[in-house]
Design a binder for this molecule. Structure first.
Ligand code: ATP
Ligand code: MG
Length: 562
């Protein structure tokens, strides 16, 4: 089983790990980590990293840690920590008792920094941030050494301790690694290791006045946790040299960093900064708005974790950046929901149907399977009576070619119930369809054709008297452009927001659908997949559209119009 899944998931990362194991590196152990910064909610891109890190660990019989990379007190919050835990667990990430925080290591990281100073490999620099930038040079010009670069060790130690004690204002000094101001790799031109911040940290409070930089804290955290393979995204390729330098200079245990391509998706932004902006400026209703590419948004929309797993498996892990089609994600969602979602009937844009030859006060109940292909779902009873609702769109006074639904004189099947023929369409004086009058064939009970006569259309319906009113939130893509970041001159990605990303309609649902638990996803037959939302109240269930069904008719219609 294990080797099987390993074979299926052959990619360059697994190949590198195989090679390490074959060469006897890391004592045959695989230990990864997922290292989110708690400065926002996790999104689809993180799902890729989660499945990769936890997946690799489990395939090789190893472990994966959850590590909060909380080295920037200004942007981090405990609420994000909680949300991140929930999201990782939702995707099946199991970190056991190995939940760590970079801030747990602040004392060790500090001690390592003093050691670097003693080794003559770090110094306190009094240049301002602007000066440091200016001294750094460019890709074509070497940098210049800071006048403070050759401070004696004792002076560096003294200043660094006083930085820690909070004696200096923010921005007045930093601790820098002493590497090479002429390195062709800009990252190696005496990178900053510590900066002064008199901020409140969500876990360590006011106890620190200096905070380690990501590049310094990350490699040492990996080392302290005994990580074997530190998997990160491509933008850290140039940082690997520094990762290795810190660990080699300190002569500590040395994990291996391997970079892979970030996930990019059409019609989607996956930058935390932009997602925060969408939330703060009210373009969406919070982090878990079903239009958000956040894991909590996808969950609320009704996307099953298995669909995300399938999606990430399909796109694979590569070394080169690329952009994945949004439709591929939708495809994976439909695939999984087709198997896992029970079916039910709901009408979103109703028109009343009166069956003139059906008894006034009769109610029949039809037993319908919850799933057409899987009997283990069981069945439910659906009431039928003289007045029904069907979709307004399922009727045309003058049917276009290949329209196999209801129109005057045409017979259709009401799913699992009866065959009915439309006798009259009633309009109001504004030309709006008011109701449809039909007759039914009592011999067609269950929706069977009694004499083999051909009936092409099958419609879903709800009994008007028994229907429960519900709210349907019809979500569409949040951005109308495949590349939201490409905005007109002078504008931002916000200019590409889809003004029709949410349409709310009143729906009528069959009674059994009102009782499903919130968070459950069902297929409204012929309409789409819908997830019962936590906003539901008994008087008004709320359903979020997870994804539409492929509507071949709509496509055909569009083609004939174009
Ligand atoms: P952002 O750029 O949106 O702020 P980030 O990389 O800063 O994201 P982190 O919290 O640091 O966010 O990410 C945690 C882990 O998830 C990192 O290992 C990071 O490389 C990975 N990750 C983040 N975004 C993506 C993505 N789009 N595709 C794949 N992995 C990602
Ligand atoms: Mg990051």
């Amino acid at each position: 089983m294990e080797s099987e899944s390993r074979a299926r998931q052959a990619d360059f990362i697994r190949a590198e790990i195989d090679a390490d194991l074959a060469a006897g590196r890391f004592g045959g152990v695989v230990h990864t980590r997922f290292p989110p910064e708690p400065n926002g909610y996790l999104h689809l891109g993180h799902a890729k990293s989660i499945f990769l890190n936890f997946g690799v660990a489990s395939e090789y019989g190893g472990l994966c840690n959850l590590r909060f990379d909380d080295t920037n007190p200004a942007k981090e919050e405990t609420a994000y920590v909680k949300a991140i835990r929930e999201d990782v667990a939702w995707l099946g990430g199991n970190w056991g008792d190995r939940e760590y925080f970079a801030s747990n290591y602040f004392e060790e990281l500090y001690a390592y920094a003093e050691e670097l100073i003693r080794l003559g490999k770090a110094y306190v620099d009094d240049l301002t941030a602007d000066e440091i930038r200016e001294y750094r040079g460019t890709l074509t010009a070497p940098g210049r050494e800071s006048p403070w670069r050759d401070r004696p060790v004792e002076e560096n130690l003294d200043l660094f301790r006083r930085m820690r004690n909070g004696e200096f204002p923010e921005g007045s000094r930093v601790l820098r690694a002493k590497i090479d101001m002429a390195s062709p790799n800009l990252v190696m031109r005496d990178p900053t290791l510590y900066r002064i911040r008199h901020a409140e940290h969500h876990r360590t409070g006011q106890s620190w006045h200096i905070y380690p930089m990501y590049d310094y804290a990350h490699c040492l955290s990996d080392s302290l946790e005994g990580i074997t393979h530190s998997l990160c995204t491509l933008e850290f390729v140039n940082n690997r040299e520094l990762y290795d330098w810190v660990l080699d200079t300190l002569r500590v245990y040395h994990p291996r960093q391997i970079e892979f391509a970030r996930l990019n998706l059409t019609y989607t932004v996956l930058s935390k900064r932009k997602l925060i902006q969408l939330v703060r400026e009210g373009y969406v209703n919070g982090w878990d708005d079903p239009r958000m590419p956040t894991l909590s948004g996808l969950r609320r929309r009704g996307v099953p974790p298995a669909a995300l797993h399938e999606f990430i498996k399909r796109i694979g892990v590569a070394r080169a950046d690329s952009t994945v089609e949004y439709e591929m994600l939708e495809y994976c969602i439909r695939e999984k929901l087709n198997a896992s979602a029970p079916r039910g009937m709901a009408v979103l844009e109703p028109v009343r149907v009166i069956i003139e030859n059906y008894p006034e006060d009769l109610t029949e109940e039809f037993e319908m399977p919850w799933h057409p292909e899987d009997a283990t779902f069981g069945s439910r009873k659906v009431p039928f009576s003289r007045e029904l609702f069907i979709e307004r769109d399922d009727f045309r006074l003058v049917p276009p070619k290949k329209f196999h639904r209801l129109s005057p004189g045409v017979e259709v099947r009401l799913r699992y119930a009866y065959l009915v023929t439309c006798t009259e369409a009633v309009y109001d004086c504004d030309g709006r369809l008011l109701e449809l009058r039909c007759v039914y064939d009592p011999a067609s009970k269950g929706g069977q054709s009694p004499d083999g006569r051909k009936v092409r259309g099958t419609l879903h319906w709800v009994s008007a008297k028994h229907a429960i009113r519900a709210q349907a939130r019809l979500y569409d893509k949040l951005f109308s452009s495949p590349d939201p970041d490409r905005a007109p001159e002078g504008e931002t990605f916000l200019a590409n927001i889809n003004p029709d990303s949410l349409r709310i309609v009143d729906a009528f649902i069959e009674p059994a659908l009102a009782d499903i638990p919130s968070g459950a996803t069902v297929q409204f037959e012929r309409v789409g997949y819908f997830c019962k939302d936590t906003d539901s109240i008994p008087e008004m269930p709320v359903f979020n559209r997870t994804v539409t069904l492929r509507d071949s008719w709509a496509k055909m219609e569009k083609r004939s119009r174009d």
